[in-house]
Write a protein that binds this ligand. Structure first.
Ligand code: IPE
Ligand code: IPE
Ligand code: MG
Length: 248
């Protein structure tokens, strides 16, 4: 039986974020090249986007390529960049049809021109979508983002656009690439590792963390519902006591 019937539709996490890990190991276990794992990973992403839309998740942010991933062998990096072009072009029509709006975070200036253009094209075409917002973290790392924010804040203070006193947590958030997004409610990491790998360090401050050994290519609709169900069993206290949370 599907877990869909077990999850509380009134308490769906508004923003889910996923570290999609384990593509390489998935491929290796089958005697395939790593890139085959990445290809299968795109199929998994399609299924998860559809499932997230089905249960009315508003924002889905996926870690697709980190700043550190640039240091992988060039053949793998090149293959991934090609794969993004191909996947984005192939998926755009159905994303439009399903009202999915695609956005991105990360240092897109480092992407090959072709990859950047296809991504921009997809973001432009899906911009009117009013369903799920799918945020692709590409060439992203949290330390990169925070460093950029520090620079921008320093520049604005120097130019008199911002006073030192007005740098609050809220104001600082406005300098991050995620400024239009609420903080994630739930972080899922597939592939068995229990680490954050330089992802959304600021934004994950109070997110619920869910780790699964399932490799990303094997993750799909039911696995997403399992994560949401697990999330719904937790009590988010934000530093308060359980009694305080319950009395609200
Ligand atoms: C995640 O899978 C995809 C990217 C980082 C691009 P990996 O490629 O890291 O797969 P493993 O962790 O080596 O199995
Ligand atoms: C994190 O996976 C980045 C993405 C999923 C895009 P990695 O495979 O790069 O993470 P580490 O190196 O195992 O921490
Ligand atoms: Mg990995």
């Amino acid at each position: 039986m599907s877990l869909l019937g077990k999850i509380d539709k009134a308490r769906i996490p508004e923003h889910i974020t996923i570290i999609m890990d384990g593509n390489g190991r998935w491929a290796k276990a089958r005697g395939l090249e790593r890139v085959e794992g990445h290809k299968q990973g795109i199929t998994a992403l399609r299924e998860v986007v559809e499932a997230a839309s089905k249960v009315s998740v508003k924002y889905l942010t996926v870690y697709a390529f980190s700043t550190e991933n640039w240091d992988r062998p060039s053949e793998e990096v090149d293959a991934l960049m090609e794969l993004i072009v191909y996947a984005v072009a192939k998926e755009t029509p159905s994303l439009i049809e399903n009202g999915v709006r695609v956005a991105s975070i990360g240092d897109l200036s480092r992407l090959p021109v072709k990859t950047r253009q296809s991504l921009q094209d997809c973001m432009d075409k899906t911009a009117p979508g009013n369903g799920l917002t799918l945020v692709l973290a590409l060439s992203y790392s949290s330390r990169w983002e925070l460093t950029e924010a520090a620079r921008a804040i320093a520049r604005d203070v120097k130019n008199g656009l911002l006073s030192q006193e007005s740098i609050t947590e809220k104001e600082l958030s406005r300098y991050l690439t995620t400024y239009t997004l609420p903080d994630p409610d739930l972080l899922i990491r597939t592939g068995g590792e229990k680490r954050i790998s330089n992802f959304l360090l600021w934004q994950l401050a109070y997110s619920e963390l869910y780790f699964t050994d399932t490799f990303w290519p094997d993750f799909g609709e039911e696995e997403l519902y399992a994560a949401i169900f697990d999330y719904q069993q937790r009590e988010r206290r934000f530093g308060k006591t359980s009694e305080q949370v319950k009395s609200k």
